[in-house]
Design a protein around this ligand. Structure first.
Ligand SMILES: [Zn+2]
Length: 227
Protein backbone atom coordinates (compact mmCIF):
# COMPACT_ATOMS: atom_id res chain seq x y z
CA UNK A 1 0.00 0.00 0.00
CA UNK A 2 1.49 3.42 -0.82
CA UNK A 3 2.47 5.52 2.12
CA UNK A 4 0.01 8.38 2.28
CA UNK A 5 0.77 9.57 5.79
CA UNK A 6 2.17 13.05 6.13
CA UNK A 7 3.54 14.96 9.11
CA UNK A 8 0.15 16.66 9.34
CA UNK A 9 -1.92 13.50 9.67
CA UNK A 10 0.28 10.94 11.42
CA UNK A 11 -1.13 9.49 14.66
CA UNK A 12 2.34 10.06 16.08
CA UNK A 13 1.61 13.79 15.99
CA UNK A 14 -1.41 13.30 18.28
CA UNK A 15 0.52 11.60 21.07
CA UNK A 16 0.47 13.15 24.51
CA UNK A 17 3.87 14.42 25.59
CA UNK A 18 3.87 13.48 29.25
CA UNK A 19 7.39 12.08 29.66
CA UNK A 20 8.87 15.44 30.64
CA UNK A 21 11.99 14.92 28.49
CA UNK A 22 12.47 13.93 24.83
CA UNK A 23 13.91 10.44 25.42
CA UNK A 24 10.87 9.41 27.52
CA UNK A 25 8.37 10.88 25.07
CA UNK A 26 10.24 8.89 22.43
CA UNK A 27 9.91 5.65 24.42
CA UNK A 28 6.19 6.49 24.73
CA UNK A 29 5.60 6.41 20.94
CA UNK A 30 3.49 3.28 21.37
CA UNK A 31 -0.15 2.98 22.40
CA UNK A 32 0.93 0.81 25.33
CA UNK A 33 3.18 -2.06 26.36
CA UNK A 34 1.42 -5.06 27.85
CA UNK A 35 2.43 -8.52 29.08
CA UNK A 36 2.48 -10.76 26.04
CA UNK A 37 0.30 -13.82 25.69
CA UNK A 38 2.96 -15.27 23.40
CA UNK A 39 5.22 -17.61 25.38
CA UNK A 40 8.17 -16.98 23.03
CA UNK A 41 7.94 -13.23 23.63
CA UNK A 42 7.57 -13.78 27.38
CA UNK A 43 10.85 -15.71 27.36
CA UNK A 44 12.55 -13.30 24.95
CA UNK A 45 14.56 -10.16 25.42
CA UNK A 46 11.69 -7.72 25.35
CA UNK A 47 10.85 -8.02 29.08
CA UNK A 48 7.92 -10.24 28.07
CA UNK A 49 6.03 -7.20 26.85
CA UNK A 50 4.46 -6.51 23.54
CA UNK A 51 3.57 -3.26 21.87
CA UNK A 52 -0.05 -2.39 21.30
CA UNK A 53 -0.57 0.22 18.61
CA UNK A 54 2.85 1.08 17.20
CA UNK A 55 2.94 4.79 16.39
CA UNK A 56 6.17 4.80 14.38
CA UNK A 57 5.28 2.74 11.32
CA UNK A 58 6.86 4.98 8.68
CA UNK A 59 9.68 7.49 8.50
CA UNK A 60 7.03 10.20 8.11
CA UNK A 61 5.59 9.14 11.48
CA UNK A 62 9.02 9.58 13.03
CA UNK A 63 9.41 12.99 11.44
CA UNK A 64 5.92 13.99 12.37
CA UNK A 65 6.46 13.02 16.00
CA UNK A 66 9.82 14.87 16.03
CA UNK A 67 8.12 18.08 15.02
CA UNK A 68 5.20 17.49 17.40
CA UNK A 69 7.61 16.91 20.31
CA UNK A 70 9.58 20.05 19.43
CA UNK A 71 12.77 18.19 18.53
CA UNK A 72 13.07 19.68 15.07
CA UNK A 73 11.99 23.04 13.69
CA UNK A 74 9.57 23.15 10.74
CA UNK A 75 12.26 24.20 8.28
CA UNK A 76 14.34 21.10 9.08
CA UNK A 77 11.23 18.86 9.00
CA UNK A 78 10.40 20.09 5.50
CA UNK A 79 13.95 19.47 4.29
CA UNK A 80 13.97 15.98 5.83
CA UNK A 81 10.61 15.16 4.31
CA UNK A 82 11.96 16.06 0.87
CA UNK A 83 15.18 14.15 1.62
CA UNK A 84 13.21 11.07 2.64
CA UNK A 85 11.25 11.17 -0.64
CA UNK A 86 14.56 11.09 -2.53
CA UNK A 87 16.10 8.39 -0.34
CA UNK A 88 13.38 5.92 0.64
CA UNK A 89 15.87 3.19 1.45
CA UNK A 90 17.93 5.41 3.77
CA UNK A 91 14.85 6.80 5.51
CA UNK A 92 13.51 3.27 6.04
CA UNK A 93 16.87 2.34 7.59
CA UNK A 94 16.66 5.34 9.95
CA UNK A 95 13.15 4.30 11.00
CA UNK A 96 14.37 0.77 11.71
CA UNK A 97 17.33 2.15 13.69
CA UNK A 98 15.00 4.53 15.58
CA UNK A 99 12.62 1.77 16.66
CA UNK A 100 15.52 -0.51 17.70
CA UNK A 101 17.03 2.39 19.69
CA UNK A 102 13.65 3.11 21.30
CA UNK A 103 13.29 -0.49 22.44
CA UNK A 104 16.83 -0.51 23.86
CA UNK A 105 16.10 2.73 25.73
CA UNK A 106 12.91 1.23 27.08
CA UNK A 107 14.76 -1.85 28.36
CA UNK A 108 17.53 0.28 29.90
CA UNK A 109 15.03 2.56 31.66
CA UNK A 110 13.01 -0.38 32.99
CA UNK A 111 16.23 -2.02 34.24
CA UNK A 112 17.24 1.21 35.97
CA UNK A 113 13.75 1.60 37.45
CA UNK A 114 14.09 -1.82 39.03
CA UNK A 115 17.65 -1.28 40.24
CA UNK A 116 19.12 -3.72 37.69
CA UNK A 117 22.22 -3.16 35.58
CA UNK A 118 21.29 -2.80 31.91
CA UNK A 119 22.84 -5.41 29.61
CA UNK A 120 26.20 -4.84 27.95
CA UNK A 121 24.61 -5.02 24.48
CA UNK A 122 22.01 -2.37 25.34
CA UNK A 123 24.64 -0.09 26.90
CA UNK A 124 26.84 -0.52 23.80
CA UNK A 125 23.99 0.50 21.52
CA UNK A 126 23.18 3.53 23.67
CA UNK A 127 26.86 4.51 23.57
CA UNK A 128 26.91 4.16 19.77
CA UNK A 129 23.91 6.46 19.42
CA UNK A 130 25.41 8.95 21.86
CA UNK A 131 28.71 9.06 19.99
CA UNK A 132 26.88 9.66 16.69
CA UNK A 133 24.97 12.50 18.38
CA UNK A 134 28.14 13.99 19.92
CA UNK A 135 29.85 14.01 16.50
CA UNK A 136 27.15 16.45 15.34
CA UNK A 137 27.50 18.86 18.27
CA UNK A 138 29.55 22.03 18.10
CA UNK A 139 30.29 24.77 20.60
CA UNK A 140 29.03 28.09 19.39
CA UNK A 141 29.81 31.47 20.96
CA UNK A 142 26.80 32.70 22.97
CA UNK A 143 26.10 35.93 24.84
CA UNK A 144 27.95 34.45 27.78
CA UNK A 145 30.49 31.76 27.03
CA UNK A 146 29.43 29.01 24.62
CA UNK A 147 26.33 26.96 23.87
CA UNK A 148 26.06 23.48 22.36
CA UNK A 149 24.60 23.58 18.86
CA UNK A 150 23.62 20.80 16.48
CA UNK A 151 24.98 20.59 12.94
CA UNK A 152 22.60 22.50 10.73
CA UNK A 153 22.80 20.36 7.58
CA UNK A 154 19.67 18.23 7.74
CA UNK A 155 20.47 14.54 8.17
CA UNK A 156 17.71 11.95 8.16
CA UNK A 157 18.66 10.80 11.67
CA UNK A 158 18.67 14.35 13.08
CA UNK A 159 15.98 13.59 15.68
CA UNK A 160 17.92 10.61 17.06
CA UNK A 161 20.77 12.90 18.09
CA UNK A 162 18.40 14.88 20.31
CA UNK A 163 16.91 11.68 21.78
CA UNK A 164 20.37 10.23 22.46
CA UNK A 165 21.50 13.46 24.10
CA UNK A 166 18.38 13.48 26.28
CA UNK A 167 18.95 9.82 27.29
CA UNK A 168 22.61 10.52 28.13
CA UNK A 169 21.53 13.39 30.37
CA UNK A 170 18.86 11.31 32.13
CA UNK A 171 20.99 8.27 32.92
CA UNK A 172 23.74 10.46 34.40
CA UNK A 173 21.41 12.86 36.18
CA UNK A 174 20.51 13.29 39.82
CA UNK A 175 16.90 13.12 38.58
CA UNK A 176 17.17 9.45 37.63
CA UNK A 177 15.40 8.29 40.84
CA UNK A 178 12.45 10.38 39.59
CA UNK A 179 11.98 8.07 36.62
CA UNK A 180 8.58 6.36 36.85
CA UNK A 181 6.38 3.96 34.95
CA UNK A 182 2.68 4.74 34.76
CA UNK A 183 0.72 2.62 37.24
CA UNK A 184 -2.15 2.40 34.73
CA UNK A 185 -3.56 -0.96 33.75
CA UNK A 186 -2.07 -1.89 30.34
CA UNK A 187 -0.15 1.38 29.85
CA UNK A 188 3.59 1.16 30.49
CA UNK A 189 4.44 4.76 29.58
CA UNK A 190 7.40 6.35 31.33
CA UNK A 191 7.84 9.83 32.76
CA UNK A 192 9.93 11.94 35.10
CA UNK A 193 8.02 12.68 38.28
CA UNK A 194 8.58 16.37 38.91
CA UNK A 195 6.04 16.71 41.73
CA UNK A 196 7.55 18.10 44.90
CA UNK A 197 6.76 15.03 47.00
CA UNK A 198 7.36 12.46 44.24
CA UNK A 199 3.72 11.35 44.22
CA UNK A 200 2.87 11.13 40.53
CA UNK A 201 1.46 7.71 39.58
CA UNK A 202 -0.06 8.28 36.19
CA UNK A 203 1.14 9.26 32.74
CA UNK A 204 -2.03 11.35 32.65
CA UNK A 205 -4.60 11.68 35.42
CA UNK A 206 -7.29 12.18 32.76
CA UNK A 207 -6.53 8.81 31.12
CA UNK A 208 -4.89 6.19 33.32
CA UNK A 209 -5.74 7.95 36.59
CA UNK A 210 -9.44 8.10 35.76
CA UNK A 211 -9.52 4.57 34.34
CA UNK A 212 -8.04 3.31 37.63
CA UNK A 213 -10.74 5.16 39.58
CA UNK A 214 -13.43 3.54 37.44
CA UNK A 215 -11.85 0.09 37.87
CA UNK A 216 -11.73 0.53 41.65
CA UNK A 217 -15.35 1.68 41.69
CA UNK A 218 -16.48 -1.36 39.65
CA UNK A 219 -14.47 -3.76 41.82
CA UNK A 220 -16.09 -2.32 44.95
CA UNK A 221 -19.52 -2.53 43.35
CA UNK A 222 -18.93 -6.21 42.45
CA UNK A 223 -17.66 -6.97 45.95
CA UNK A 224 -20.73 -5.30 47.49
CA UNK A 225 -23.04 -7.32 45.24
CA UNK A 226 -21.43 -10.60 46.34
CA UNK A 227 -21.60 -9.82 50.04
ZN1 LIG B 1 -0.65 5.59 31.71
Amino acid sequence: MPDTSSPMTSPAAQLKLVGGIPCLDFVNTVGSRVPSRDAAIRRGESLGLEIVDEKLSTYDDLLSWSRHAGLLPDTVVRRLLAGARHSPRESAAVLKRAVAFREVLHRIFIDLLHGRSPSRADTDLLNREISIARSHQRLSAATQGYAWMWDTDAALDNMLWVVADSAARLVTSANLPRLRQCAGHRCGWLFVDSTRNGSRHWCDMKDCGNAAKVRRFRQRARANKKS
